[in-house]
Design a protein. Sequence first.
Length: 266
Amino acid sequence: MGKAILIVVVLSIAVLAGFALLPAGDKEDVLILCGGSMRAVLEDIIERYAEVSDDKVIATYGGSGELCAQIEKTGKGDIYICHDPFMAWAADLGMIHTWATVGYLDVVMIVPKGNPKRIRELKDLAQPDLRLGVGDRNYSTSGMIAKNILKKLDCRQEILKNVRMETKGHQQRCNDVAMGSLDASIVWGPVARLFAEKLESIPIPNEYVDSVTSATYGKNDLRNVKVTIGIISGAKGKESARKFYEFATDKCGELFARHGFRTAEK
């Protein structure tokens, strides 16, 4: 079994174990399954929701794809929050009752405060002995974006030689750059904002990102990676799920903007 496949299997087992611990939920509970990159904004939404509702909100976090796979296996959960390409795929399979787009994710380059390697643009990632972190280029959306970007650079091979990490989550890569284990990484912008005291973010020009097509998820617009909230099919007709969904999609737009999510399609 390949290393990347083994990692996905291990993570899926871990998420499934977490699902087994989720309470069955009564009528007033709202069980939310949220991709890790949206954790900070969800915590703010839950805090605001507590001001207008007595419903108990229970959240569990993981990779968007891992959570999607576990919804398919277990059917547990009321609300699913993820990024592309998973919501549309899950809806096509009948796993999602209704869903809406609440923002968009962009990738950025991150470097330590002071930018000791003087990284200003993508080609600077090719400098000798630089330690670079990216998402898994076969199994993560941000990793596919990084792969897409590198295809357009003449210095692609030099940059690939510098990749030191390709599997850990965005927050872990941010922490590794902040602590000096990596010199740079490509991560979601909203996650980089959580480390603003220790990191600098460098935008990646839009022209380096395109759409891609996969056999499983179809065509995906990597310039406009949607963040979506949906009601899981098993929660159709559950009043507490409907109320939270409407609150999160209709009254929390500025929270997504505050956390660095783009609110308009490019």
